[in-house]
Structures are given as structure tokens and as C-alpha cells.
Ligand binder design. Structure first.
Ligand SMILES: NC(=O)c1ccc[n+]([C@@H]2O[C@H](COP(=O)([O-])OP(=O)(O)OC[C@H]3O[C@@H](n4cnc5c(N)ncnc54)[C@H](OP(=O)(O)O)[C@@H]3O)[C@@H](O)[C@H]2O)c1
Length: 238
């Protein structure tokens, strides 16, 4: 099992084998931090590790993250949220929207980092959104970490579709919204590496429209009989 060591020197050692230019554009290391060990956190960690990307999993209970990392294997390490975030330029926040503030606090100083918001701010019965029209979960998360660059992604993908096998070779789009083009491009690289088709959906304020797309996908998947392989696709019909 690889637990995250707490000394910055070990962070350096961990990343030293990633040659410059080998990583995703605009990102200096290829380690991606994932905060949360639930459906999405564990699914993304497994998927990225399977594509050769090192993942640092963080949780407020470091043992929980370390246990998941041990299951995943040598590409994964786990520990506290702050220790995990320190290892990466890209931090995927894989917690429920209601836990975002607490989880971000637990992740320490995220200044300059890219924070990927995957959330759908849904009601307990999954049938509606709690935020919308004039703001979005992504924009509210950006306000919580003003020094970070927030990119919305993956909110329209059910966790069941994360394993490559679940997609059976079909192209599945992941919509990205963000105000920092370099950050969006970097996350786009992660999305491609994960085997999804990245689609630029404009500025972060467009998360106001992506989150409802996530919500209607939940309706299709859970309430309209499509199941959890449902996913939206934007087409150019001509
Ligand atoms: N599930 C999907 O198919 C899906 C699809 C698209 C988007 N999303 C979005 O993805 C996010 C995660 O969904 P999920 O289904 O993975 O939820 P989940 O299975 O409930 O997992 C949430 C994870 O966040 C952890 N957590 C809670 N507070 C935390 C904190 N302060 N610090 C660190 N970790 C904390 C939880 O830990 P504990 O278990 O110990 O509480 C758990 O590991 C949500 O925002 C959801 O809207 C989900």
C-alpha cells in the first residue's frame, strides 16, 4: 500500500520521473488528485490509473483513501485530502455539492491549481437542482477557492460509465466549462486520456446550463427507464 508521505521532499521524489513535456499541456506533473472515495472518486481513480496516470486520493479519513489506493495498485496513493492535493496540479473534487466547502477547506491551499468540479447540486430525491439560473455549483465553488481555476467536467457521466468496458467503444462526450483556457485544455487532456470525447462548453457560467443537463440525465437514467448507461451527446446534424 502506498500512503502519502507528508514531507515535501517525498512529493518531489514522487514526481521526478515525469519528464517535462510528458504531461498534459499546462500541467507540470501527471499526478491527479481526487478528493473523495465514493462512486465517482473511486471510479475516476481506477479509470485514470488504468490509463497510466498517477492518482493521489484524498479523504478526511486518510486510511479510507489509502485503502482504496491499495486496491487500485501502484499507480495510486492515498492519504489526507491536503496531502493528496499537494501532489497535483489538477484536483478533482469528487464529493457531494453540500460537502464541497468542507472538502475544499480540508484540501488546503489550492492557489494556482486546477479544481475540477463534477457535481450536480441535486435535492435528496435526485429530482431537482438546488442551485441554478443565476449561478451554478461550479461558480459557487470558484467563489470558495478564488485563487484556483475551476473547470466543470464529468457531471453528465454516471459513475457506471467510467470503466472503459462500460462504454463498449462508443464515443461518450464530457462537457467542459471554465474561464481559464489553459486549465480547460489541461482537463480536456485528462478527459481524452480517460477515453472520453471532450467538448468545450464555454465559460464557467455555462455550468448553469450543464448542471441541468446533468439533472435531465439523472431523470433519463433513474426515472425514465434508460438506466445508468445514459449520457447526453451534442451533435452537428449537418
Ligand atoms: N454518482 C454519479 O453517477 C455521479 C455522476 C456525475 C456527477 N456526480 C457528482 O459527483 C459527486 C460525487 O458523487 P458520488 O456519487 O461519488 O458520491 P458518494 O458516492 O456519496 O461519494 C462522495 C465522497 O465524498 C466524500 N466526502 C464527503 N465529505 C468529504 C470531505 N469533507 N472531505 C473529503 N471527502 C469527503 C465521501 O466520504 P464518506 O463516504 O466518508 O462520507 C465520499 O467518499 C457529486 O457531486 C455528484 O453530484 C455523481
Amino acid at each position: 500500500m502506498r500512503s502519502i508521505a507528508i514531507y515535501p521532499s517525498s512529493v518531489k521524489a514522487h514526481n521526478s520521473h515525469h519528464a517535462a513535456g510528458q504531461g498534459i499541456r499546462g500541467v507540470t506533473t501527471m499526478t491527479i488528485a481526487i478528493i473523495g472515495t465514493g462512486n465517482m472518486g473511486s471510479g475516476l481513480a481506477r479509470l485514470l490509473a488504468s490509463k497510466g496516470i498517477d492518482v493521489a486520493i484524498g479523504h478526511r479519513d486518510p486510511a479510507k483513501a489509502a485503502a482504496l489506493a491499495a486496491e487500485i495498485g501502484p499507480r495510486a496513493q492515498g492519504g489526507g485530502s491536503e496531502a493528496a492535493a499537494k501532489l497535483a496540479d489538477i484536483v478533482i473534487l469528487a464529493v457531494n455539492y453540500g460537502s464541497a466547502e468542507e472538502a475544499l477547506k480540508g484540501a488546503g491551499d489550492l492557489t494556482g491549481k486546477i479544481v475540477v468540479d463534477i457535481s450536480n447540486p441535486i435535492t435528496p430525491d435526485y429530482k431537482a437542482l438546488t442551485v441554478g439560473h443565476t449561478t451554478s455549483a461550479a461558480e459557487e465553488i470558484q467563489k470558495l477557492v478564488p485563487g484556483a481555476r475551476v473547470v466543470k467536467a464529468f457531471n453528465t457521466i454516471f459513475s457506471q460509465l467510467l470503466p472503459s468496458e462500460a462504454r463498449g467503444g462508443r464515443e461518450v462526450q464530457v462537457f467542459l466549462a471554465g474561464d481559464d483556457e489553459a486549465a480547460k485544455e489541461a482537463v480536456s487532456g485528462v478527459v481524452s486520456s480517460a477515453g472520453f470525447a471532450p467538448v468545450d462548453a464555454g465559460p464557467l457560467s455555462n455550468a448553469r446550463y450543464l448542471e441541468p443537463v446533468g439533472e435531465i440525465n439523472i431523470h433519463f437514467g433513474f426515472f425514465l427507464g434508460w438506466g445508468t448507461s445514459a449520457a447526453p451527446a451534442w451533435i452537428k446534424a449537418a
